[in-house]
Design a protein around this ligand. Sequence first.
Ligand code: SF4
Length: 125
Amino acid sequence: MTKKMVCIECPKSCLISVDIENCKVAKVTGAKCPRGVKYALAEAVTPARLFTATVIAEGLDLKLIPVRTDKPIPKKDIFRAVEEIRKLRIGKPVKAGETIVENFLGLGIKLLATREAVKGGCKNV
Ligand code: SF4
């Protein structure tokens, strides 16, 4: 089996092929640098993405607070992450970069707020 992918590590966007035989990577072709090989190996074996979403706020100046994980999460856990986000509520003020969940999905990954939210009305007044 051959997996084809576009490397997203730099703007050159190399088309990389990863040949998999007997559940093991046999060959990587198309990458123009070691970074691309590393990316392709990770993408072929354990694809992961940074997860971004919004969490419902209660009693704050924002209705929704944008959040992201501090590390990529496995693609297989994306739907589980969405379900977890739907259950979350933020009722206290948060600063940009503040940890909302310390161990998101039990993966040892933090969920961070990416925007400040304060109690009540407009934070700029
Ligand atoms: S393989 Fe190397 S040169 Fe090609 S897109 Fe990836 S990082 Fe850039």
